[in-house]
Design a protein around this ligand. Structure first.
Ligand code: ZN
Length: 561
């Protein structure tokens, strides 16, 4: 594993002092040796339940756009401790890396989840595709072609850390995507469920518990029956306008679902309604928050991401989705209130997103456009082979933006020539902003400090790991959508090192807290150390890349008390 940069150790050393106090406060008159962590108790004021909500593709921009309209769960969070500029600092602003930072406190460069997928070398030297949430050793075990697992996540999640010290702590996760649930739960979960088809699934070898099976059956029954359109709130009216993208029209959809239309389930807020219903059932069946030992419930809501990819982020579809999320989270918090549960909730996102260029050009961004076909690696490889006189393939795998792997037959000399030829194409003209080689990334330190000030190579470095990342990492200019041609379900995307994809909201709420809003930037890697301190979970220096955020706007300090 890559060694953390010197700067990361410095941050960690500063944190040591923060954690010394809770430890001292809990120590017996004759202190127990550090090797017996079982003697540790949670802080007396630790929340019995941590609810970590991730809204897939919820950019800070999108959260802010509709702020004055929230009356439900979002409004509750805005009455808490709010960091409107949270950063998924790394360049690989995708679902798997984003979810991997939320409850580990560690950048993808050290937690191993450097992208949604990568190439691995077999013992025979062949390059094979690896999905971030698959157990590569059990490839054939499921009909899907992979067995879902968090085996590639190299560091523990908050829930796993709690279970290691207090075995009765519950670690439960649900999501509309397997990677969403698994990257927040880690490898040691009491229950982990994700949407699979029109229902929910769990880990191979585990039986669906009855509550989960009931939620899964209810979702499948809804899809079979179909459902009416959602009503658009009045505040969505100005977004309700048709936009043409290739042969598709977006901007005016209200999610009517024909009987049997699985896309109408997933590409709408319905998938989130089903996920929240399952989360609610699991609170009861696992008695979450019922005793002093803190539990973690992770709820990753995927609907906004599917809606964003299918319809873009600035039409009536995303507006309706935001209203639905606000309502369903409000109902969920009201359910927890009614149970009398004392919970600490944190809301954030795995990454942001960019609207489709066809709408952006009508809205004051004439430079927004789709990447030229010439940057798709298959086409680019052929062009470079012809230009440089290379026989055989240049690239093995990759996309127009992000990791690209050389063909294993390409000589070291030719690799150097290809890199130079690409570099000559980067700059102000054209779509290509920069190209970095694995070697130069490996030599760069993992960044820390203000994520706004990170250079492009530092952003890329934060999600680079030798042995997993590509031979090259390609960065396109801002507002170049890396989808050459729009298609059904895929007109807009995310994944760049630019702030529309990196900047996400972070908000905490707990009954009785002294609220505040801090506009200065913080990181999603700060969430886990913040929650750990609130619980009284000790951390060793350097274990996490983030720092504790004080969750009390008054005299009290949840990091140092
Ligand atoms: Zn995502």
């Amino acid at each position: 594993m890559t060694r953390p940069a010197r700067t990361a150790f410095k941050t960690a050393l500063a944190l040591t002092a923060a954690f010394a106090l809770p430890l001292a406060a809990c120590a017996a008159p004759r202190p127990a040796p550090r090797s017996t962590p079982a003697a540790l108790q949670p802080r007396p004021d630790a929340p019995p339940l941590v609810v970590a909500v991730s809204i897939d593709q919820l950019s800070a921009d999108l959260f802010a756009e509709y702020r004055e309209n929230y009356t439900g769960g979002f409004a509750r969070l805005l009455d808490g401790v709010v960091f409107p500029s949270g950063y998924q600092g790394h360049a690989a602003s995708e679902t798997c890396p984003g979810h991997s930072t939320l409850l580990t406190g560690v950048h993808p460069a050290r937690n191993g989840i450097i992208a949604n997928g990568w190439m691995a070398k077999t013992p025979e030297g062949k390059l094979v595709n690896v999905y971030c949430a698959e157990d590569t050793a059990r490839k054939q075990a499921s009909g899907k072609g992979y067995t879902a697992s968090a085996v590639h996540l190299l560091v523990p999640t908050l829930g796993e850390r709690l279970k290691a010290i207090w075995p009765s702590s519950r670690n439960v996760a649900v999501s509309g995507k397997d990677r969403g649930a698994l990257m927040m739960a880690g490898q040691n979960a009491d229950a982990v469920y994700w949407r699979d088809g029109n229902g929910f699934a769990t880990l191979a070898g585990r039986t669906m518990e009855s509550t989960a099976q009931a939620a899964s059956d209810a979702a499948a029954a809804l899809v079979a029956k179909g459902a009416d359109a959602y009503a658009a709130p009045a505040w969505c009216a100005s977004r309700d306008r048709a936009i043409t993208a290739g042969s598709l029209t977006v901007g005016t959809n209200r999610f009517a679902m024909a009987p049997g239309d699985g896309n109408g389930f997933v590409r709408s807020p319905r998938v989130d309604e089903a996920t929240v219903a399952l989360a609610q059932a699991l609170v009861e069946s696992h008695k979450l928050g019922a005793d002093k030992v803190p539990d973690v419930l992770s709820v990753s809501l995927s609907g906004a991401d599917y809606v964003g990819h299918t319809f873009g982020t600035n039409g009536v579809e995303t507006c309706i989705t935001m209203a639905a999320l606000d309502r369903m989270l409000g109902d969920f918090f009201a359910f927890l209130d009614a149970r009398g549960t004392d919970y600490l909730v944190v809301l954030s996102a795995d990454h942001g997103g960019l609207d489709l260029p066809e709408r952006a050009v009508q809205q004051g961004q004439p430079g927004a456009h789709r990447v030229s076909e010439e940057w798709v690696p298959a086409k680019l490889g052929a062009t470079l082979a012809s230009e440089l006189g290379i026989a055989g393939p240049v690239f093995a795998e990759g996309s127009a933006s992000g990791d690209v792997w050389f063909a294993s037959t390409l000589s070291a000399d030719d690799r150097t020539r290809v890199l130079a030829a690409l570099r000559s194409r980067a700059g102000d003209k054209g779509d290509l902003a920069a190209v970095f080689s694995a070697e130069e990334l490996a030599a760069a330190p993992i960044p820390s400090g203000d994520p706004r000030a990170w250079s492009v190579i530092e952003r890329v470095r934060a999600s680079y790991m030798a042995g997993r990342s590509g031979d090259l990492i390609v960065v396109l200019h801002p507002q170049v959508t890396p989808i050459p041609r729009p298609g059904p379900g895929y007109v807009a995307t995310h994944g760049s090192p630019w702030d529309y994809d990196r900047r996400v909201p972070i908000a905490f709420w707990r009954k009785g807290m002294t609220p505040y809003e801090q506009v200065q930037p913080v990181g999603t890697v700060d969430i886990a150390p913040t929650l750990a301190a609130a619980i009284g979970l000790p951390l060793k220096p350097g274990e996490m890349d983030g720092r504790c955020l004080d969750l009390d706007g008054g005299e009290a300090n949840t990091c140092t008390r």
